[in-house]
Design a protein around this ligand. Structure first.
Ligand SMILES: Nc1nc2c(c(=O)[nH]1)N[C@H]1C(S)=C(S)[C@@H](COP(=O)(O)OP(=O)(O)OC[C@H]3O[C@@H](n4cnc5c(=O)[nH]c(N)nc54)[C@H](O)[C@@H]3O)O[C@H]1N2
Ligand SMILES: Nc1nc2c(c(=O)[nH]1)N[C@H]1C(S)=C(S)[C@@H](COP(=O)(O)OP(=O)(O)OC[C@H]3O[C@@H](n4cnc5c(=O)[nH]c(N)nc54)[C@H](O)[C@@H]3O)O[C@H]1N2
Ligand SMILES: [Mo]
Length: 640
């Protein structure tokens, strides 16, 4: 008889959904559904995860270690694979010191038991670690600069908002479980507006849609600020909770309204509409992660923080500038010493590996990430890995990264995961547990690291099964009655370390306790040229989690452009998309709802199949926070 078991989705997504798996007698999962009891995700799954069984039972799943012999990856036993790794890592450490080893972990699983891999490499080294954050580094930096920390209001607080501004947010695709909250707010009378250079499905939810120039958001924010100051629409008491109010006003007034609007490529009525919404409030700005992935990304987020602060739309019911929840806040990660002797900046991983000296990087260990496909300048990332002495990749598929490894270690999937999770889109914490029987040749990341530790004399350091590590991670929550047993029995619980409203009563975590308004302008965004007339935007698709497609993407990458920007290339035809560093073949899709200066592709395509946007994108940093300027790359479409 089939049983129904509950777990959580561990993918890199704000939602961390409750999943109910139907498990057959042989341990095979025959169906996955949303868990109706989950207080936030409320019983439905997104498109990509509802098709997850295709991935779980894909014939391409790795079920045995692979070791490179004579140039090709061949099946090996765990003992063979781990012995090779242990012997090489110990020799490299002895000859060149531990900094010659680089451990890179991304968020293929967001579980914190996975941190034991990082802990192992601190104990074995400490080795070279990563810094920066391609995903949200710039935005986190900006909110920390302005408010002293980054945090968001509970999703349910949206029902207190009279205005919701989706600023660069496609919640249909990348934050699906916010939809019911926004819909409820709208049904209760809230205005909903989208500010996004791209026209996408989330527009359906909105009463107004504004499409500024890509990266023109700072200029738009300044235009709004000018209107607010000119009309006396800022909060009368703003000086009480804002530092540098005069400096921010001077920044906004450093250009005329018309000049700011021209820079943002919107009419003055757009600035006025948004200013009025903020003035009337309470207004919540939901700040998209995409905004930070630019040369001026941190500056843009800082400008939105300032708009919220001067209008009093922070720290009150329904009034917030919500970027993301700090998912690690509730967990005890104090066992990590953060002691790396050297750090590689994530968005420039390839060139920094190649450039590292004293010691050079000889070995790279990659956990839960696919940097060749997902970091900019794929060619350089690929070359950096291809030229190391030892590359180890722990993954469940032969990704663009894994196929460049010397050893590939097959890991467990989300239905086999055994971990604790926090979310970046709400404040509930919970535990996962294996619901599917796993193939015999597969190990979890914890088991992999324990097997390696046993070979290098560190078994004691990383000892303990998944439940023991879960308990350790939950230590801060236990005094609040949130124990492992309770999470196992009752499911996810809201953690108590944040108030429902972030920065409640406008008390900030900055040294002065006040919001720190920006006073200097950031860099300008990339402006299209005659040679490269389009801004490339590589965006989340409902069909994939980054490079993990539910069903493989077949054929050329779809490229969406306005028909006037297609250079006469018909809808459906193939063409070449070129940037300063590369070119790929694409299938052109016409969409008259788009701006004439954008070229849209899904993120996460395969590098080996010529489907990868990152083959076109230079590895340049955002202004702060170690983010990547993924969305400031200019391209042109060429007929073939
Ligand atoms: N289905 C699906 N969901 C996902 C993911 C996935 O791969 N697939 N990835 C997950 C991950 S890792 C993350 S970090 C989040 C990503 O979340 P987001 O970064 O929000 O992801 P995207 O859906 O790519 O949306 C980016 C949005 O920002 C807009 N944008 C880009 N540049 C600008 C700009 O200059 N100004 C303005 N105003 N808007 C701009 C884009 O048009 C787009 O609508 O989503 C998570 N959810
Ligand atoms: N051009 C462009 N590039 C982007 C983005 C963009 O918008 N445009 N978005 C960026 C963003 S927001 C992010 S977060 C990054 C994401 O970049 P990555 O985190 O590298 O993304 P994934 O492709 O999801 O790779 C995760 C890998 O982990 C594996 N995995 C899953 N579960 C486990 C596990 O439990 N253990 C181990 N060992 N492996 C596991 C998966 O099979 C997958 O191959 O990409 C960034 N890159
Ligand atoms: Mo991300």
């Amino acid at each position: 008889m089939a049983t129904r078991l509950k777990t959580l989705c561990n993918r890199d997504c704000p939602d961390v959904c409750g999943i109910v798996a139907t498990v057959e007698d042989d341990g095979r999962v025959s169906r996955i559904q949303g868990d109706k009891d989950h207080p936030i995700t409320q019983g439905f799954l997104c498109e990509r995860t509802s098709k997850y069984l295709d991935r779980q039972y894909s014939p391409e799943r790795l079920t045995t270690p692979l070791v490179r012999r004579g140039g090709t990856l061949e099946p090996a036993t765990w003992d063979e694979a781990l012995d090779v790794i242990a012997e090489r890592l110990v020799a490299i450490r002895r000859e060149s010191g531990p900094a010659a080893i680089f451990h890179y972990r991304s968020a293929g699983s967001m579980g914190f038991v996975n941190s034991v891999t990082s802990y192992f490499f601190e104990q074995f080294g400490p080795v070279t670690d990563r810094t920066g954050d391609i995903c949200s580094g710039a935005g986190e930096w900006a909110q920390t600069a302005d408010f002293g920390d980054f945090e968001m209001a509970d999703p349910s607080d949206l029902t207190n908002a009279k205005q919701i501004i989706l600023w660069g947010r496609n919640i249909y695709v990348s934050w699906t479980h916010l939809l019911p909250f926004v819909r409820d707010a709208r049904a209760a009378g809230a205005g909903v507006v989208l500010v996004d250079p791209v026209h996408h499905r989330t527009a359906e939810l909105c009463d107004r849609v504004f499409q500024p120039r890509p990266g023109g958001d700072f200029a738009l924010a300044m235009a709004i600020a000018r209107v607010l100051f000119e009309r006396g629409w800022t909060h009368p008491d703003a000086a009480r909770w804002c530092d540098h109010l005069d400096g921010f006003r001077a920044l906004a007034e450093s250009k005329a309204l018309a000049a700011w609007c021209a820079a943002a490529d919107v009419g003055p009525e757009v600035a006025e509409d948004l200013a009025r919404r903020l003035h009337e409030g309470p207004a919540t700005i939901l700040v998209g992660w995409g905004l930070g992935r630019r040369l001026n990304g941190a500056g843009i987020v800082r400008a939105l923080d300032a708009l919220g602060a001067i209008t009093g739309n922070v720290g009150i019911p329904g009034g917030a500038v919500s970027f993301e929840a700090k998912r690690r806040r509730p967990f005890d990660l104090s066992f990590l010493a953060d002691s790396a002797p050297r750090r590689i900046m994530e968005p420039q991983l390839g060139e920094q590996i190649l450039a590292a000296t004293d010691p050079p990087i000889r070995a790279v260990w990659i956990t839960a990430g696919n940097p060749v496909a997902m970091l900019p300048d794929s060619q350089t990332t690929a070359r950096a890995l291809e030229t190391r002495e030892l590359v180890v990749v722990a993954d469940s598929f032969l990704t663009d990264t894994a196929e460049r490894a010397h050893v590939v270690l097959p890991t467990t999937t989300l239905l086999e995961n055994d971990d604790v999770l926090g979310a970046y889109g709400h404040h509930h914490v919970g535990v996962t547990r294996p619901v599917a029987a796993r193939p015999p040749g597969v190990k979890s990341d914890l088991e992999i690291i324990q097997a390696l530790a046993a070979r290098v004399g560190l078994a004691d350091k990383v000892a303990g099964d998944a439940r023991a590590w879960k308990r350790r991670l939950l230590r801060k929550l236990e005094p609040h009655g949130i124990t492992l047993e309770r999470l196992e029995e009752q499911g996810p619980v809201r953690h108590p370390f944040v108030t429902p409203i972030a920065f409640a009563d406008r008390r900030f975590a900055t040294p002065s306790g006040r919001a720190n308004l920006m006073t200097e302008p950031p860099a300008s965004p990339a402006i299209p040229t005659a040679e490269f007339p389009l801004v490339l935007l590589s965006l989340s698709t409902e069909k994939a989690q980054a490079s993990q497609w539910s069903r493989p993407l077949v054929g050329p990458l779809p490229l969406t452009v306005h028909p006037d920007s297609a250079h006469g290339i018909p809808d459906g035809a193939t063409a070449r998309l070129e940037s300063a560093i590369g070119s790929i073949v694409v299938r052109v899709v016409h969409d008259p709802a788009q701006r004439r200066d954008v070229a849209l592709v899904p993120k996460g395509g395969r590098f080996r199949d010529g489907q990868c946007a990152n083959a076109l994108i230079r590895a340049r940093l955002s202004d702060h926070g170690g983010g990547a300027a993924l969305s400031d790359e200019l391209v042109r479409l060429v007929a073939i």
